[in-house]
Write a protein that binds this ligand. Structure first.
Ligand code: GRF
Length: 225
C-alpha cells in the first residue's frame, strides 16, 4: 500500500530534493510524493517540485489575518491531496494547535541541531558560540511544543575549530539529506509510530534523543568536509 506524502517548505528545498532523488532511486519505499506546499510564493523548492512533476500549492501566509485562518486554508489545500504523512522540510511557520492535533502522529520535522539543544533559530551559530564539539540534525514527530516532539533519528557531525556557521550548516545539511529519506521510508513502511507522545520503531520505544544514524547499519561516511 502506498503512503501519500505531502512536503511543506518555505525555502530552497534541498531536503525536498533529497526526497525526490530517493524516490527516483527507489529508496523511499512505498512513499509517494503527492504534493508540495509552500507559504512563500518564491520558494526555490517549488521549482524542484515542478521539475519532478509533483503538484504544488502556494498560500501566502501574509494574506491571512492570523495563524488560525492561515492554518485552516492550508489544511483545506493539503486535504485535497489526501496525505497520510506531512513532512516539514524547512517550513518556517509555527502551527496552531488544531492543525497539530489533526496530523498528530503523521507529521515529521527536521531541525538543524541535536535536540533538545538549540530549539528555534540560528542553531549553527549557537553551537559554535557555545564551543560545542559536535552538532547535527534531529528528525522528530511534531507536537504542540516548538521543536519539542518525540525524537526519531539524530545524525551528528564534528565541529572544527575553523568552522563558520555556513560551513557547519553545509555539513549538517549533507547529513539531513541522508536521514530524511530514511525516516520517510520507515514511516511509509509502517515501522514508525507515535503513541502517547512517544516515538516507536518496530514497536520499540525510541530513546528520547532519537536513534543514532551512525550506529545504524549505514554506508561508512566518507564525506571529507
Ligand atoms: C534545514 O536545515 C532544516 O533543518 C531546517 O530548515 C532547513 C531547510 O533547508 N528546518 P532546505 O529548504 O531543505 O534546503
Amino acid at each position: 500500500m502506498s503512503c501519500r506524502v505531502a512536503v511543506l517548505i518555505s525555502g530552497s528545498g534541498t531536503n525536498l530534493q533529497a526526497l525526490i532523488d530517493a524516490r527516483q532511486h527507489g529508496a523511499l519505499g512505498p512513499a509517494e510524493l503527492v504534493g508540495v506546499f509552500s507559504n512563500r510564493p518564491g520558494a526555490g523548492g517549488l521549482e524542484r517540485a515542478e521539475r519532478a512533476g509533483i503538484p504544488t500549492c502556494v498560500i501566502d501566509h501574509r494574506q491571512y489575518a492570523d495563524r488560525s485562518a492561515f492554518d485552516q486554508a492550508m489544511q483545506a489545500a493539503l486535504e485535497s491531496w489526501q496525505p497520510d504523512l506531512l513532512v516539514l522540510a524547512g517550513f518556517m511557520r509555527i502551527l496552531t494547535e488544531p492543525f497539530v492535533t489533526r496530523y498528530a502522529g503523521r507529521m515529521l520535522n527536521i531541525h538543524p541541531s541535536l535536540l533538545p539543544r538549540y530549539p528555534g533559530l540560528n542553531t549553527h551559530a549557537r553551537a559554535l558560540a557555545a564551543g560545542d564539539a559536535e552538532h547535527g540534525a534531529t528528525i522528530h514527530f511534531v507536537t504542540g511544543e516548538l521543536d519539542g516532539g518525540p525524537a526519531i533519528l539524530q545524525a551528528r557531525v564534528p565541529i572544527k575549530a575553523s568552522d563558520t556557521a555556513e560551513q557547519l550548516a553545509a555539513r549538517v545539511q549533507r547529513k539531513e539529506h541522508q536521514i530524511y529519506p530514511a525516516v520517510v521510508r520507515w514511516f511509509s513502511e509502517g515501522r514508525l509510530t507515535m503513541q502517547q507522545g512517544h516515538a516507536y520503531m518496530d514497536g520499540n520505544a525510541i530513546h528520547p534523543t532519537g536513534l543514532d544514524w551512525d550506529a545504524l547499519d549505514n554506508a561508512p561516511d566518507t564525506d571529507p568536509n
